[in-house]
Design a protein around this ligand. Sequence first.
Ligand code: SAH
Length: 361
Amino acid sequence: MPPFASKEKLDLLSITKPEMERFIHLQGWKPYRAEQILRWIYQRNVTQINDMTDLSIHDRTHLGFIATIKRPTITTVLQSQDGTAKFLIQLHDGATVETVLIPERDRRTVCISTQIGCSLDCRFCLTAKLGLKRNLNAGEIIGQFLSVQDYLEKTYKTPPRLTNVVMMGMGEPLANIEPVRAAIQNMIHGRCGLGLSPRRITISTAGIPNKFRDIVELGVNLAVSLNASTNEQRRTIMPAANKICPLPELLDVCRSLPLPHRRRLTFEYVLLRGVNDSPQDAVRLARSIRGIPCMVNLIPFNEIPRSSYAKPDEATVLAFQNILIRQNIDTYLRKSKGPDVFGACGQLGASTRELLCTMPK
Ligand code: SAH
């Protein structure tokens, strides 16, 4: 629950609809005010309480004394040659978070961060090298969406709408579940949230299985980063995640997850040359996920500085994919998006200076 009684102003972006209703009740206002205010924030995109013009001046002044809308600010936009854009977004304590916009033919996906740094230590991921700086709150999570939408509105004459959300940016979403849940609730609420279909939202996890049901209950998609075909392999490349839950148990939880009708899990699998990319790995992977309603996203390793890992060559990647396909597993190859701006999977977290140095002039 937000600190309604504290001296600090309440951040209206960080609360859910029931919390807003409680807050409105505490002000002695009529219940309909809750939806009215939420619609201003999420559907009419105001950033100032003073712009909520169907509230009386008196009520706006009162609200402004006790509450605020803490929208984060885009400080830098790094445009990739492939159309991907990486945004450096400044939060209210001065910390910077990274968000990526991936435009494709029929959709525009925003890849959102849920922590600054990450609590896990996956060896192939740049964000992990930062350690966990702090968790983001719900407003800082959904604020990334609003800021990028704002940017599109200011940049284009006929601004495109964001259509999809993936929580695959910096951090481990399930290690910060409450703010993630609150942000998702505000994303999917039709009357006074962003009105996104839960099918268009995907949460990616390195595997914190006691939170899987929470995600499934929200109706959004769950992607699990398996990344290994044996427990030993996974322990080596994802030590912290595999300590939370070893691979065999993780697969058991996935198998017994009560997925809604016609929904399936996504398994992500980062391909690391000579580590987990052999035909035997593909055969083992196929065997271990058989019977689980799922699809597989293969992600050839994206380069990060000072890493001993490498990307497999194309023939190895295609051979791996074909083995899975021959086992009737829907398997997609995820194209690397925005590698020239360090915007691809696992590349978030390079300092701005480091980034600007590596960018083509
Ligand atoms: N912590 C969450 C979400 C962030 S990582 C998770 O682990 O799922 C998002 C995806 O990027 C994961 O599937 C992860 O395995 C993958 N990834 C991390 N580093 C990568 C790299 N260097 N190259 C390719 N994919 C990477």
